[in-house]
Design a protein around this ligand. Structure first.
Ligand code: PEP
Ligand code: MG
Length: 593
């Protein structure tokens, strides 16, 4: 093994999606591979036991593959199974066996972890091979390794190693199901090839306050399990095998970050009212009930968006009405939160692609997702709606319907709601009365008919993540077009203005719950529109509130007027950035390079 000093230091740049500094060991997450835990063999005697366990599982793997070969060989028409011979050969390969036993002996780690490290090492070697065919042969090594892991009993449900100090998850891609499976308290940071600011890993990372850098393109190929990694989730940097000086610098940065955070929290609970008396309700976006305390400490007035789809992920059975209800009741337990907006399930798109039960669609973002799926699978929808109605008996609960593209969808949803209300009344089950029903405005067609929609519902919530995606035709999880993702595009700004104006003309409040709402750069622009509620990830709240308190709506309107005098984002962005940085320098610290 090379010492740390000999290892190559690399700095990778990606999209900064969740702020903070994480310093730790890499864990290469690969959905296809068996996930293994690391444990240290503190007692030397255990090492020889571990080596024996490894050798036994190799022997068992060879036996099994031979048996498979024998059985298949008897089938008519089967060619000699060279591929199995290759796997058997690999299992007997001296350098592989020595590599694993050396890891166990010198590092005092369990056999599963050592196998995993050896596979990663081979991955590194194969990645360098020019010939595509030979490079592809890495899958044989993976297969052989998996066979051993299975025999070690390593094929565990747990999708993350149980390490004392936590890990930095490195992956090509993570689905919501992957993150839901992880022991999230073990994750110190995320560094992922795919994704951008609004992909779901980003959203989960932010809401759980885990530093994350996405869109790194090739990090999963260059970092191995156990490499030392630093993530700077504020600057979008990942440093692999840092030298000691870098390490010191980032440890200091990490302490500074914690200090700033403490300072920001000091006035987080003060209301968001401008100098000229315009009050903005501040909501928090959550995916998990566990985030409620963070919402409270960061100063949320209510829950502006509860993304309930996470209740459906990573379970064998669909959640029952009681499962839903138990969760929704817990949302209402924090006394300082004045309301809870529960969004009905928004499965599909980038939110459930790992579930084989849902048909794979060519274009899932525009496919059978959210309200479309709910109206198709009415029984599934009803289970959730009944639970939301019942939760409404215990507090101020709002219902929010995602992905509405036409008036029929909301009418249909309301018809089902009315039916369920009647059922509950008949069954003498307490339910909320006259609960506000709102829709997400995230499909351009909904903006165009916002005046008509406003007559059907009690509030709007603008979902800029999807609205920008659809309006500018940019796949929100495709990092290759993320440079086009522009909240300050004049088209986006006009859409927002249209929605706010239509809502206000009809006398209903308009919220925004997309990521744009939580970026302090846009706070004054949004204030200028007269938006009633901004809902965001908990971390963003204190800064946005400070900006609102330090400004007036008059100033915001003036800024917006100027913004609308420009016809391109390339004029608007520098103007807004410059204005905001000068006006609120403490909210936009200059990044240290
Ligand atoms: C949005 O689209 O802006 C939104 C808030 O919903 P999601 O990110 O869950 O699609
Ligand atoms: Mg959306």
């Amino acid at each position: 093994m090379k010492s740390q000093q000999d290892k190559h230091t690399a700095v990778l740049r990606g999209v900064a999606v969740s702020p903070g500094i994480a310093i730790g060991k890499a864990f290469h997450f690969d959905r296809l591979e068996s996930q293994v835990s690391l444990y240290k063999l503190r007692d030397k005697g255990l090492i020889s036991h571990e080596i024996k366990r490894f050798r036994d599982s190799v022997a068992a793997s060879v036996r099994q593959l031979r048996e498979i070969r024998r059985k298949l060989g008897r089938l008519e028409g089967m060619d000699p199974l060279y591929i199995l011979d290759v796997h058997i050969m690999l299992l007997k390969d001296r350098s592989f066996l020595t590599q694993v036993t050396t890891f166990i002996r010198t590092m005092g780690v369990n056999a599963e972890w050592a196998v995993r490290m050896a596979i990663d090492k081979y991955r590194e070697i194969f990645d360098k091979v020019e010939d595509e065919y030979i490079r592809g042969r890495f899958s044989d090594i993976q297969y052989a390794g998996q066979q051993i892991l299975r025999n070690l009993g390593g094929r565990q449900k747990e999708a993350l190693p149980a390490m004392d100090e936590g890990v930095i998850v490195i992956a090509a891609d993570l689905s919501p199901a992957d993150t839901a499976q992880m022991k999230i308290d073990r994750v110190q940071g995320f560094a992922i090839d795919m994704g951008g600011k609004t992909s779901h890993t980003a959203i989960v990372a932010r809401s759980l306050e885990i530093p994350a850098v996405l869109g790194l393109e090739r990090i999963s190929r260059s970092v191995k399990t156990n490499d030392d990694v630093i993530i700077d989730g504020s600057a979008g940097l990942v440093i692999v095998n840092p030298d000691p000086e870098m390490l010191l610098r980032f440890e200091r940065k990490k302490r500074d970050y914690a200090e700033t955070r403490r300072e920001l929290l000091a006035d987080a609970r003060l209301p968001a009212v401008t100098g000229d008396g315009h009050a903005v309700d501040i909501g928090c976006n959550i995916e998990f009930i566990e985030e409620i305390p963070s919402a409270v400490t960061h100063g949320a007035d209510g829950i502006g968006l509860y993304r309930t789809e996470f209740l459906y992920i990573n379970r064998e059975q669909l959640p029952t009405e009681e499962d839903h209800l138990a969760n929704y009741r817990r949302v209402l337990t924090a006394e300082s939160l004045r309301w809870a907006t529960i969004r009905t399930l928004d499965l599909g798109g980038d939110k459930f692609f790992s579930d084989p039960k849902l048909a794979k669609e060519m274009n899932p973002q525009m496919g059978l997702r959210a309200i479309r799926l709910c109206l198709r699978e009415e029984e599934l929808f009803k289970v959730q709606l009944r639970a939301i109605l019942r939760a409404g008996a215990g507090g101020n609960v709002r219902i929010l319907i995602p992905m509405v593209s036409g008036i029929e969808e909301i009418r249909e949803a309301k018809r089902i709601l009315a039916e369920l209300q009647e059922d509950l009344a008949r069954e003498a089950i307490p339910a909320g009365q006259d609960m506000p029903v709102g829709i997400m405005i995230e499909v351009p067609s909904a903006v165009v008919i916002a005046d008509a929609l406003a007559r059907e519902v009690d509030f709007f919530s603008i979902g800029t993540n999807d609205l920008i995606q659809y309006a500018l035709a940019i796949d929100r999880i495709n990092e290759r077009v993320s440079y086009l993702y522009e909240p300050l595009h004049p088209a986006v700004l006009r859409l927002i203005r249209q929605v706010v104006d239509a809502g206000h003309r009809a006398g209903i409040p308009v919220a925004m719950c997309g990521e744009m709402a939580g970026d302090p750069l846009y706070t004054l622009v949004l204030l200028g529109f007269g938006i009633d509620e901004l809902s965001m990830n908990p971390l963003a709240i204190p800064r946005v509130k400070r900006i609102i308190r330090a400004s007036t709506q008059k100033e915001a309107r003036k800024l917006l007027k100027r913004v609308f005098s420009y016809s391109s984002a390339s004029e608007i962005r520098p103007y807004v950035e410059d204005y905001m940085r000068k006006r609120f320098p403490e909210a936009f610290p200059v990044a240290e390079s």
